[in-house]
Design a protein around this ligand. Structure first.
Ligand code: ZN
Ligand code: ZN
Length: 376
């Protein structure tokens, strides 16, 4: 089993550090300050270039209402194949940076360059490309903490293995269509009468002999019945980075859908990582939350409690006089942050458990307490 090479794609809203319902202005402001901070001309940190590309891609998508809607609904796969020229055209650099006292010429070149070979690196010309696909991978919190290999199982339309995508029975070749000489088109000419005599009209239609494919298959591949494509189930091992954020995508080049025509390039696979629900904790970024019920006597008198963490359970002291919904903070007991050495915290929310059914003895004690409290 080979391990897939992946690049990590963070959620675009995370990248710009804006909420999912951010306004256009919030998005623009966030992009401007991040771009100035991470532009490779200004920032010499080794990862600045990567960061900058990420910021650019996020902005290109989120600043365009149609692309943003697409991304909200369908995730990375819907927007990752957009040609870079189209994205670049959308970003108005003059509007963004024109008012700043800044090396504008240099920046402009920088933007263009990095977009060309960046995340959206795909030339408009060149071989036809298959679509990107997106699958979800649920990983346990322990895996988020440790990082490491996980298996992804998915089905995709890939070139048929038997005929290598040609659609012809192995050992035979497709034949060039004699009616269109392989062009897949049929040109017919007719003459039409007009006021000043006749005009020649050319009409181009799909070649009916080959259905536009340009070739004929005399002996279809029995495996795919001549389509050249097959749905194949694949298992892939990907490496989950430590602290992977919810919604981050691991991009696996070439594992998307097969190209629509032979000779093309397959699309990419995006493995979107989601945290597996854990009965012990709720995840909020790198922080973990847990609710711990405590009784009235425990709240009043104080207590100690063993609380699970990602490692071993720890003893937590509940101080006397604890109020309902008090939150205890266990520093550094959360998840590691993505890309940094820091750890989040574990927060324990103390929920006061008020008994609904009392034994006779308990009732008597509570009544005693009540009489006592009622005294002036
Ligand atoms: Zn086949
Ligand atoms: Zn033809």
């Amino acid at each position: 089993m080979t391990i897939a090479t992946t690049t990590v794609q963070r959620d675009y809203y995370e990248v710009l550090g804006v909420p999912r319902d951010a306004s256009a202005k919030q998005i623009k402001d966030a992009f401007r300050s991040l771009a100035l901070q991470f532009h490779p001309d200004r920032n010499k940190a080794p990862d600045a270039q990567e960061k900058f590309k990420e910021i650019e891609a996020a902005y290109a998508v989120l600043s365009d209402p149609a692309k943003r809607r697409d991304y909200d609904e369908h995730g990375f796969a819907s927007v990752a194949g957009i040609p870079e020229e189209e994205l670049l055209r959308h970003i108005n650099f003059g509007d963004l940076f024109g008012g700043l006292n800044f090396d504008f010429g240099g920046l402009r070149a920088g933007f263009g360059e990095s977009l060309l070979d960046g995340f959206f690196g795909r030339r408009r010309t060149g071989p036809p490309r298959g679509e990107n696909i997106e699958v979800e991978l649920e990983v346990a919190l322990s895996r988020v903490a440790s990082g490491g290999e996980e298996q992804v199982r998915y089905a995709r339309v890939a070139p048929c293995a038997a005929c290598k995508g040609s659609g012809a029975k192995p050992g035979t070749q497709p034949r060039t269509c004699p009616d269109c000489q392989g062009s897949g088109r049929k040109v017919t000419q007719s003459r039409r009468r007009q006021d000043r005599g006749e005009v020649r009209v050319q009409s181009i239609s799909v070649c009916p002999t080959c259905d536009g494919r340009g070739s004929l298959i005399d002996h279809p591949c029995p495996q795919c019945r001549g389509s050249g494509r097959a749905t194949r189930e694949e298992t892939l091992t990907v490496v989950v980075p430590i602290g992977v954020e919810d919604g981050m995508a691991l991009r696996v080049p070439g594992h998307g859908l097969a190209a629509p025509e032979p000779g093309g390039v397959a699309g990419d696979l995006f493995v979107v990582v989601r945290s597996l629900p854990d009965p012990r904790f709720e995840r909020a970024g790198a922080d973990l939350w847990r609710t711990e019920p405590i009784s009235i006597p425990e709240a009043v008198l104080g207590a100690t409690r063993r609380v699970p963490t990602l490692d071993a359970a720890v003893e937590v002291r509940i101080p006397p006089g604890t109020q309902p919904d008090t939150v205890l903070r266990l520093g550094g007991r959360g998840l590691p942050e993505f890309g940094g050495g820091r750890h989040g915290n574990l927060y324990v929310r103390l929920r006061l458990d008020v008994p609904q059914h009392l034994s006779a003895q308990q009732r008597e004690l509570y009544e005693q307490l009540q009489r006592f409290e009622a005294k002036p």
